[in-house]
Design a protein around this ligand. Structure first.
Ligand code: ADP
Length: 530
């Protein structure tokens, strides 16, 4: 492809080997794109909601919209857009990744009908834009405040549990939800209503049970104390972080030491010991109660360290060493002579934890001086379980973060969508132009979410939806949704099923934007098959 300019300076694009490209124009282009988008959405439709199906991909199976799409090998450009859509919802909100794609899919489905009726794509796009604004404003109107206090975390925990409901880990949802809430509060800045999720590290180790997952107020290092008899718990640890070897200098290969008498051997040995003793003393002098070393040391040195009551950890990688230094406010010391009390890192508690009967041990460095960072340490039977738990925890963390940022909520189970659908439908009458068709279509598209939820739970979609919609209008209650779990009430407030207002608004806005984008493409040029 090349860019050229005509005599008036207007740019135009030259396509090489034009005739070899296949090309779709106008309505055909829109129709082809719309059906590609719909195809992707159709795949996700059945995984929506607490009773949604999982998808088996050749890699580990998944039920999270973003994950499924991420792992699907799509090479259609429109399908890629849908993947991006799910990803942006994940990035900005962290939840509602399936819903956003299903919503976009049903907007496309409605658009297809309008296109067939001869409505211009731009008109549809404009109508959708208006309708999305009406819906977002209506959400604002029906939103409620979600109250929680630092001493009353239960509401937050309940919310995170709702998120975990539809995940594979729901067996353990209470514990995971509590961990997520505590983690978010540990790093939250409540005054500024901000949470930096980067401070929460989510780590996993195969083994143990999901129930053993725990929250560590600090960092973990996959190492253990160098000697089994060293203390397993050190309170108020002062840590020397060393990159110099903890051993006497080795004679270089070029040198030759002749040891031909017992005395000579003993002197050498004593010297070595003294050298080492001095090192230990130096650490003790500056007040270190724990030594973390980049290098190893031999058994003799190890024994001496144990004897002199100076716990040590050896073979700690450079990256981990840096992490420890940052968290504990210590400095990495490259030479023993440079060790000073100010360079020691500080941590409220350092403990070694062993796992069951295995040899596996880890070091927890908690309540670090310089960092509020926390670690969620996931245990599980296999790698797949751990990966799935990581994703679920991420969702729960995002939900808790969103509520701290903005505690407005709308009710889930399709309740918010039904309420918006009613509002958008009613507003359509106010628009005299062609847009009103698009606005009505938008209202119908909103209904697709509760319909999918009903269908996935084994209910009759149309009957269930119309019953709930009727109830909303009759009782003027925007909290009625689909009773997916057959609890016996449609009131999502009673069921405690809600989503954040910003999440739902974002879902509607993102889905609309992507559909508008697809509708505005009227020329698809692709290299032909041969
Ligand atoms: P997403 O990736 O979009 O979050 P989910 O599979 O988690 O997709 O499904 C979320 C949808 O399921 C939301 O519309 C939510 O309101 C609904 N939902 C979740 N739990 C329940 C429940 N217990 N009863 C009814 N609807 C629920």
């Amino acid at each position: 492809m090349a860019l050229a300019f005509d005599e008036f300076g207007r740019p135009f694009i030259l396509l090489r080997q034009q005739e070899e490209k296949s090309r779709l124009r106008g309505l055909d282009a829109q129709k082809a794109n719309v059906s590609a988008g719909k195809a992707v959405a159709r795949i996700l439709r059945t995984s929506l909601g607490p009773k949604g199906m999982d998808k088996m991909l050749q890699s580990p199976d998944a039920n999270d919209g973003a994950t499924i799409l991420e792992q699907m090998d799509v090479d259609n450009q429109i399908a890629k857009l849908m993947v991006e859509l799910s990803r942006s919802q994940d990035y900005e909100i962290g939840d509602g990744t399936t819903g956003v794609v299903v919503m976009a899919g049903s907007l496309l489905e409605q658009a297809e009908k309008l296109l067939e009726r001869g409505i211009h794509p731009i008109r549809i796009a404009e109508g959708y834009e208006m309708a999305s604004r009406i819906a977002v404003e209506h959400l604002e109107r029906i939103a409620q405040k979600f109250e929680f206090g630092l001493n009353d975390l239960e509401p937050l925990v309940q919310t995170c549990m709702t998120t975990l409901n539809s995940k594979m880990v729901n067996r353990c949802k209470r514990r995971l939800a509590e961990i997520a809430v505590k983690a978010v509060l540990a790093v939250a800045d409540l005054e500024r209503k901000d949470v930096n999720l980067d401070l929460i590290k989510v780590e996993g180790k195969v083994g143990g049970r999901l129930e053993d997952t725990e929250l560590i107020y600090g960092i973990t290092v996959d190492k253990d104390m160098s000697h089994p008899q060293m203390p397993k718990r050190i309170e108020n640890a002062k840590i020397a972080i060393l990159t110099c070897p903890f051993e006497p200098p080795k004679p270089k290969t070029k040198h030759k030491v002749d040891i031909d008498t017992v005395e000579k051997f003993q002197t050498l040995r004593q010297q070595e010991q003294k050298y080492f003793d001095d090192m230990v003393q130096k650490c003790k002098d500056v007040g270190a109660t724990l030594v973390i070393c980049q290098w190893g040391f031999d058994d003799e040195a190890n024994h001496l360290l144990m004897h002199r009551n100076l716990p040590a950890v050896r073979w700690v990688g450079g990256v981990e060493l840096e992490l420890i230094a940052i968290a504990t406010g210590g400095r990495i010391v490259p030479r023993f002579q440079e060790l000073t009390p100010e360079k020691l890192g500080k941590a409220g508690l350092v403990r070694e934890k062993s796992f069951g009967t295995t040899q596996d041990r880890m070091l927890y460095i908690e309540h670090c001086a310089n960092s509020r960072a926390v670690t969620i340490f996931i245990r599980g039977g296999n790698k797949m379980m751990i990966e799935e738990t990581k994703r679920s925890i991420h969702d729960a963390l995002c939900v808790a973060r969103n509520l701290i940022r903005n505690n407005s909520i709308v009710y889930g189970g399709g309740a918010a969508e039904i309420a918006c659908s009613i509002a958008v439908d009613a507003a359509a009458d106010r628009y005299p132009g062609v847009e009103q068709y698009a606005i009505r279509a938008f209202a119908d598209a909103l209904d697709a979410i509760p319909m999918a939820l009903a269908e996935n739970s084994g209910l009759q979609p149309i009957e269930t939806l119309s019953a709930v919609k009727n109830q909303q209008i009759r009782e003027n209650n925007p909290n009625c949704g689909i009773d997916c779990n057959d609890v016996g009430t449609n009131d999502m407030r009673e069921q405690n099923v809600f989503e954040t207002l910003i999440g739902k608004q974002q879902q509607i806005l993102l889905a609309t934007q992507v559909v508008k984008m697809i509708l505005k493409i009227d020329d698809v040029i692709s290299p032909s098959e041969y």
